[in-house]
Write a new protein. Structure first.
Length: 380
């Protein structure tokens, strides 16, 4: 049996970030993952601008392919909005391999199955042992299933694919410049679809709050992008191969079960995706860093407070409560609104604000107005 100071199960951004933070202090870290890296990972690859500060690097230093964007194209209720915002896209195939390679950990291709605790240490499959155990294996992480209680919230559903096509064909079909995202907000605002051109790659998909609706939403998204001729005709057959997956959006309750007896959860294993956009790379990396800080300072109990007090997760908490409140208000007022006349101008302004606000949120910038935010949080 091999002994380490810490075992991280899952080699994605959250696991790699945590492993890197631990390795920097001299800890012996093992990362276990069932896949051989680089590996295909279904994800649009959306990076918010603050991510580079978390990684303590710059976009110019990233060795993989990178697509910066400064404009977002949003379709909502039959209207097209083009708004200024900013961010980056990567391919997870390259990004995750880069992070894992730089983590300083010993990497094993190993599908973790049996986890038990013995004499104050965690033992994985009778082959690895360590004082600390970090679950970074995504929605179905074995650490989450074995050590922590089941989440009471339900996951969101996604259907997507990423495929290669001729660069000239993608350039002729895209709505804007290379790397500029095209989004379709679903009418009920309970999901959205996307179309991301990345030079010779195209990432297309959709997500819904209710996972049972994702297949129907995918059919509508596919039909929309084809009708708009925003997918190369030569690539229509590729759309047959979309795959589904699910994950959890941020919920303040998830933070209560983030650590137990020197076992921790980070990223999608904990359920930290942005509560409105569902972007998950930045919260995964941030939670991995905060987890490593709690471990290296021998303060495992501080992990929850580190999550709760960080400005990014404080914003997520605020957005979560706003979403829940607005959803409740929409449900109560739907029948009354159907019989109440409303201004066409007001509708246009509201719809435009929704489209602009949604694209702005993908930049990852802090929610503005700290004083106003505190007042609203108290009210909510």
């Amino acid at each position: 049996m091999q002994s380490f100071d810490a075992i991280v199960i899952g080699g994605g951004p959250g696991g790699s970030s945590c492993a890197a933070g631990l390795s920097k202090t001299g800890m012996r870290v093992a990362v276990l993952d069932r896949a051989r890296f680089p590996r295909v990972k279904l994800c649009a690859g959306w990076l918010s601008s603050p991510l580079w500060d978390l990684l303590e690097t710059s976009p110019e230093s990233y060795p993989g392919q990178l697509w910066p964007w400064k404009r977002c194209h949003v379709h909502y209720l039959g209207k097209h909005y083009s708004t200024r915002s900013s961010g980056y896209f990567i391919r997870r195939y390259e990004f995750d391999d880069w992070m894992l390679s730089a983590s300083g950990a010993t990497v094993f291709r190993h599908p973790a199955k049996r986890i038990r605790r013995e004499d104050g240490e965690w033992i994985v499959d009778g082959a690895f042992r360590a004082e600390y155990l970090v679950g970074a294996g995504g929605t179905h992480c074995p650490v989450a299933r074995t050590v922590f209680p089941r989440k009471t919230s339900r996951p969101v559903g996604a259907q997507e694919l990423e495929f290669e096509a001729a660069q000239t064909d993608i350039a002729a079909a895209r709505i804007g410049e290379d790397g500029e995202p095209e989004l379709v907000l679903h009418q009920d605002l309970a999901g959205y679809s996307w179309n991301i051109p990345k030079s010779t790659w195209l990432n297309i998909g959709c997500g819904t709050v209710d996972p049972k609706k994702v297949k129907g939403a995918w059919s509508e998204a596919r039909e929309f992008f084809q009708d708009q001729q925003h997918v190369p005709t030569s690539a229509f057959s590729e759309l047959e191969h979309a795959k589904g997956h699910s994950y959890f959006l941020f919920d303040p309750e998830h933070l209560h079960d983030c650590q137990h007896q020197n076992a921790f959860l980070v990223g999608d294993a904990l359920g930290l995706a942005q509560p409105l956009t569902a972007e998950g790379i930045m919260p995964a990396i941030l939670s991995g860093r905060l987890c490593a800080q709690a471990i290296t300072r021998r303060e495992p109990w501080s992990y929850r407070s580190r999550l709760q007090s960080h400005p990014i997760f404080a914003d997520y908490d605020f957005l979560y409560r706003m979403r829940e409140k607005v959803s409740s208000m929409r449900t109560r007022s739907r029948s009354a609104a159907a019989n109440r006349p409303s201004s066409a101008l007001l509708k246009r302004l509201t719809n435009s604000a929704i489209a602009s606000g949604f694209s702005w949120m993908f930049s990852g910038r802090p929610v503005p107005g700290r004083g106003l935010r505190r007042l609203l949080r108290r009210a909510l």
